[in-house]
Ligand binder design. Structure first.
Ligand SMILES: [Cu+2]
Length: 118
């Protein structure tokens, strides 16, 4: 796997994500894109529902389905991130930073534990 760090003009290591383009496994990329395109089509339908003044709970049900679909995209991205970027950062001696970033990233993945208490 190629490291995709770009050259950073400093002797100080940049924050994670700065100068880093990310690494996307082809299967995760196609899965995320396909799901996002499905969401886009679904969203157009929900917009039409609002324009047509459909029954509110019916619209809310569709919005909830969209949220679930988007959370699925985030799960794919999280899996990809762990399998690629996180391992890459660990290999480059940035374990402590990547753990902090990962705990922050988990906030975007509902249903998974976070560092925040109840
Ligand atoms: Cu990543």
């Amino acid at each position: 796997m190629l490291c995709r760090f770009t050259i950073y003009a400093s002797s100080v290591a940049p924050p994670l994500g700065v100068g880093y383009t990310g690494i996307v496994k082809p299967e995760h990329k196609s899965s995320a894109i396909n799901r996002l395109k499905t969401v886009r089509g679904h969203l157009e339908g929900v917009i039409r529902m609002v324009e047509d003044e459909r029954y509110c709970p019916d619209i809310m049900k569709q919005v909830s389905a969209l949220q679930g679909s988007l959370e699925g995209v985030n799960r794919i991205l999280l899996q990809n991130h762990i399998e690629t970027c996180v391992l890459d950062h660990v290999e480059h001696g940035r374990s402590e930073q990547v753990v902090d970033e990962l705990l922050e990233t988990l906030r975007y993945a509902p249903g998974l534990p976070t560092t925040k208490g109840p």
